[in-house]
Design a binder for this molecule. Structure first.
Ligand SMILES: C[S@@+](CC[C@H](N)C(=O)[O-])C[C@H]1O[C@@H](n2cnc3c(N)ncnc32)[C@H](O)[C@@H]1O
Length: 372
């Protein structure tokens, strides 16, 4: 591994790679290559730190450490022992190893992990610990073993502000990528009329205020020998903008609204957010100027039963088409039938993407004046 430059793989939910690519390029990363489930490029530790700190749509930032062929476990063992683990990991510090095997002669992922783990332990006098946040990831595909280090630690959707969640919250990373897909650039009003714990509204406010996604959390890379605190502090900057714009959320559940308020205050965007207890049938445009509605209504598999949800989606569709003329609407749901129940004419439907185990799609439309 060249200590100056190595391959970096930024992962995201498969299906939204184009939106992540757009964000990665905006951050100034060059020679990026799009792949299934993420973006590759070559860079150094500063790039790893910046990617973790700033990117809103990334799930993880992986550092590619080594790649070699291995067709049996003893070969994996031998080649793992040859790697310069001391350049990547600390001596005598716990770590863990996770392996996936695909279409390879080595098919027993647990046995493969054990070999790699033993190679590291013997070299660094360290022990494997399932609670460690230092995770070495091995992928053995078509007999090629690729070893990476997870530089993020906890998934990057964990922004560090959520003290209260409700039912079925959307992942922050997904909210950010869907907002980007809807061309939100921080200058439009965003309203979520079923806001739950406030994820979409808070994400929009953070983007508009220029607040980096990772400012309230730590990362696994901070525990590596390559980490230099003073250098990190120079590039992990918060340049908060002054904005007049507000971001709006409502929900019929007052408990959810209280959670949204607490979360927005913890994220330090409370004064840019406005949350109200209100049912969808009473929702009205929060501003005269139309903006973006991004909403994640309940869907059968997770909250409530599907049958009762048809009336809710009908009511959502009716409210939007009657009161929100000119608004750009995005509805996130796992259920095509429910989306159809809104009776909205969708202009774009995204591919299915994973939200914590459920496949969801973004259904987009623009509310036009009703035909007279
Ligand atoms: C899937 S959750 C939204 C989660 C939210 N995006 C988050 O990240 O926390 C759906 C929300 O719709 C709300 N809801 C259900 N029926 C509603 C209605 N008739 N009017 C307004 N909100 C409603 C629920 O209270 C719930 O908070």
């Amino acid at each position: 591994m060249n200590p100056e430059e190595f391959e970096i793989f930024i992962t995201c939910v498969p299906g939204l790679e184009n939106e992540l690519l757009n964000e990665v390029q905006e951050l100034g990363f060059k020679k990026t290559i799009i792949a299934s489930g993420g973006i590759h490029f070559f860079g150094g530790w500063h790039d790893v730190w910046r990617a973790n700190f700033y990117l809103r749509g990334a799930t993880k930032v992986l550092v590619r450490f080594a790649s070699f062929r291995a067709i049996h476990l003893s070969q994996l063992d031998k080649r793992s022992r040859k790697l310069e683990w001391g350049k990547l990991l600390n001596f005598k510090k716990p770590f863990k190893v996770e392996t996936v095997c695909r279409k390879s002669k080595i098919y027993h992922s647990k046995a493969a992990s054990q070999r790699i783990s033993k190679a590291i332990s013997d070299k660094l006098y360290s022990k494997e610990d399932p609670n460690s946040r230092i995770m070495v990831k091995a992928r053995i595909a078509s007999d090629l073993c690729t070893i990476s280090l997870d530089s993020s630690g906890e998934g990057l959707h964990k922004r560090g502000y959520k003290i209260a969640t409700g039912k079925a919250p959307i992942r922050e990373t997904l909210a950010a990528l869907f907002l980007r897909k809807m061309k939100f650039d921080g200058s439009q009003v965003v309203y979520d009329p079923m806001c739950g714990s406030g994820t979409i509204v808070i994400e929009a406010a953070e983007i508009a205020l220029g607040l980096p996604a990772g400012r309230n959390r730590t990362f696994a890379f901070m525990e590596l020998p390559s980490f230099k605190k003073d250098e990190y502090e120079k590039l992990a900057k918060i340049n908060q903008k002054k904005i007049k714009l507000k971001f709006y959320g409502s929900d019929r559940d007052n408990g959810a609204i209280q959670n949204s308020i607490k979360n927005s205050q913890k994220a330090n965007v409370g004064t840019s957010c406005d949350f109200k207890t209100k049912s969808i049938s009473n929702a009205t445009p929060p501003t005269q100027e139309p903006g973006i509605i991004l909403v994640n209504p309940p869907y059968g598999k997770r909250v409530g039963s599907r049958k009762n949800l048809f009336a809710l989606y009908r009511s959502l569709g009716q409210t939007l088409s009657e009161k929100f003329v000119g608004w750009h609407v995005g509805i996130i749901t796992s259920d095509t039938g429910l989306a159809k129940a809104t009776e909205l004419k969708f202009l774009d439907i995204s591919s299915a993407v994973d939200n914590g185990g459920t496949k969801v799609k973004l259904y987009e439309t623009k509310i036009n004046h009703p035909k007279i």
